[in-house]
Design a protein around this ligand. Structure first.
Ligand code: SF4
Length: 425
């Protein structure tokens, strides 16, 4: 059958856990608070991912209830309730409290769903308490967002009103721009999940058409479907081509005439081509290896191959939801190796054997690869950068051309053949 070659492997993994997504979820919903029931490791992870002190909680909205606080307690549930109660008394501005689970066995023994129920009863609507898992055993870093949004779905009010629901965290400025463009297409009833305030939850029902802004929201979209919403199949809004197809899918669903779509989007496409040109000049013909981490790998690979002329050595993804990724898979060149799962040692061997020009990977793998002379791009940076939409295609390409340009500057005299010989690096 034509299309990419779908492969699977499992073994040791080297990815961030779902706690990482708290960083951008809290930035999006400043009135929400994330109580991580975790360990010292969890505290360090959040601290380094956020670049802030976790205990500066008024600024950051995160606190850690550590396994040492829970160890040996006759009733850890009581302790959790006490910490949550004290927190909410001290911080009355918190409107939604997320109890976030993690890996330690003391934590796994806790029933956070029951704790959320108990606290909701006690708070009588003053604050909403929900729970999800950010554990590294169960989640990679973007799946934390899926868990948090899926936990919010049961709280969404019912409505059969005709509306477009954008699902997945976007930078506010990017979201404003997309809403403006949808408005020009004639689609004006648009809501977002997550909203900018956790109390402004969108309604959902049979009139709701969902456009996923991120490819990793499997559980959230399943729950939205159960609430009557229709999930559109489209490429994801990364790169000019993907973003155009994504917007066009919504336009078709709302019966916007194709001529209107062309009038609004074609000038943006022309501008995007101009913005892409200098980056394409740097990226064209270069070989890229994407290691699995963010689940953004497939749309990124499609963009880098089709719009920047890169050659795909291997496209890794922690999970492959074939249904949700159908449109993306269809746009990858025949025979592209798409690897679901991870055996980090074997993957690194393949990276070394193939000597790509650029590797997209987690922070933990970037340093050793750079030390071996292989240019890298941190996948986490892509989640923190405003990269969605036709207007952002040039900026997205720049994230990949920059490390190559930097390498060229560092090694101006390096003969192109030399990269295949580690001695020269
Ligand atoms: Fe905490 Fe587990 Fe994530 Fe480590 S992998 S930071 S223990 S949740």
């Amino acid at each position: 059958m034509a299309g990419p070659t779908l492969l699977k492997e499992s073994g040791p993994r080297e990815v961030f856990c779902g706690l990482t997504s708290i960083v951008w979820l809290h930035r999006r919903m400043p009135d929400a608070f994330f109580l991580v029931v975790g360990s010292r490791t969890c505290a360090h992870l959040i601290q380094s991912a956020a670049g802030v002190m976790i205990f500066a909680e008024p600024r950051f909205g995160t606190a850690i209830l550590s396994e040492r606080d829970l160890a040996g307690l006759a009733d850890a549930h009581e302790e959790l309730d006490r910490v949550a109660r004290e927190l909410l008394q001290r911080r009355p501005e918190i409107k939604t409290l997320f109890l976030v689970g993690s890996c330690p066995s003391e934590v796994i023994k806790l029933d956070l769903a029951r704790a959320a129920e108990r606290l909701n009863e006690e708070m009588q609507g003053q604050v909403r308490v929900v729970n999800y898992s950010g554990s590294g055993i169960e989640t990679t870093f973007t799946q934390g967002e899926d868990g948090a949004l899926a936990a919010l779905v049961p709280l969404l009010p019912d409505s059969d009103e005709r509306q477009l629901l954008l699902v997945g965290t976007l930078a506010d400025a990017v979201e404003d721009r997309l809403i403006h463009l949808f408005g020009r297409l004639g689609i004006s009833s648009i809501r977002s999940l997550p909203p900018r305030q956790s109390t402004e939850l969108p309604a959902v029902g049979s009139g709701t058409t969902v456009l996923l802004t991120q490819p990793y929201l499997t559980e959230t979209s399943r729950r939205l479907k159960d609430r009557g919403a229709r999930i559109l199949q489209a490429p994801f809004p990364l790169g000019a081509e993907g973003s155009r197809a994504w917007m066009a899918a919504a336009a078709e669903d709302f019966a916007v005439p194709p001529v209107t779509v062309e009038a609004v989007l074609n000038p943006l496409m022309a501008r995007a081509q101009q913005a892409l040109a200098p980056h394409r000049a740097m990226l064209e013909g270069k070989r890229i290896f994407l290691l699995p981490e963010s689940q953004l790998e497939l749309p990124l690979a499609r963009f880098l191959q089709r719009e920047c002329g890169m050659e795909l050595v291997e496209v890794g993804t922690p999970y492959l939801n074939r249904e949700q990724m159908r449109e993306e898979l269809a746009l990858l060149p025949e025979g592209t190796a798409v690897m679901e799962g991870q055996h980090v040692e074997q993957q690194l061997d393949r990276v070394r054997d193939s000597q790509p020009d650029l590797v997209v990977c987690g922070m933990g793998l970037a340093n050793p690869l750079e030390a071996e002379g292989i240019a890298t791009k941190w996948s986490i940076e892509l989640v923190f950068s405003p990269i969605h939409g036709i207007d952002q295609a040039g900026d997205l390409a720049e994230l990949f051309s920059r490390p190559l340009r930097r390498r060229q500057l560092i090694q101006p005299a390096l003969h192109p053949e030399a990269r295949h010989n580690p001695i020269h690096n």
